[in-house]
Design a protein around this ligand. Structure first.
Ligand SMILES: [Fe+2]
Ligand SMILES: [Fe+2]
Length: 145
């Protein structure tokens, strides 16, 4: 699903979702976060084109038992946290995320969206190629049962 989107349109964004995914995963990798977080970043929007309104749930379901509850929760709710940064959208409730203030995974989700989602649309960022992440995907998927 991810690689077939390599040449997709960008739908008005500065980069398409494929390049957004590579940049997100690359920044997580370069910040030294765990392999799970790198792979989660790579796939966090994999359902965006086909299931926009619940694309976080799509990614969460696809990664299934391979990821922690922390990342399941982050994936499912990241779009609401994204709204905090979408100042330009009419009718957007940027404080909707406050419903979950105090939740154990609130801070991780806010951090992921701030650093690795809303900021990863730079067309000039030197992202790693998809090949960099293949061994990490294999390692993560083979570690679960
Ligand atoms: Fe998203
Ligand atoms: Fe995203």
């Amino acid at each position: 699903m991810l690689t077939v989107s390599a040449n997709d349109a960008s739908f008005g964004y500065r980069v398409n979702m494929y390049r957004h995914a590579l940049q997100s995963a690359t920044m997580v990798l370069r910040d030294g976060l765990p392999v799970e977080d790198v792979v989660v970043a790579l796939f966090h929007d994999v359902g965006y084109t086909t299931s926009f309104s619940n694309h976080g749930e799509v990614a969460s379901a696809l990664l299934g038992p391979s990821i922690s509850e922390r990342n399941h929760w982050m994936l499912k709710n990241h779009a609401v946290f994204q709204n905090f940064h979408a100042l330009h959208l009419p009718g957007n409730d940027r404080y909707e995320r406050e419903l979950w203030r105090g939740h154990p995974f609130f801070d991780w989700t806010a951090e992921f969206v701030k650093l690795y989602d809303q900021a990863t649309i730079d067309p000039d960022y030197p992202s790693e190629p998809i090949e960099t992440f293949i061994p990490m995907i294999d390692a993560l998927l083979s570690s679960s049962s």
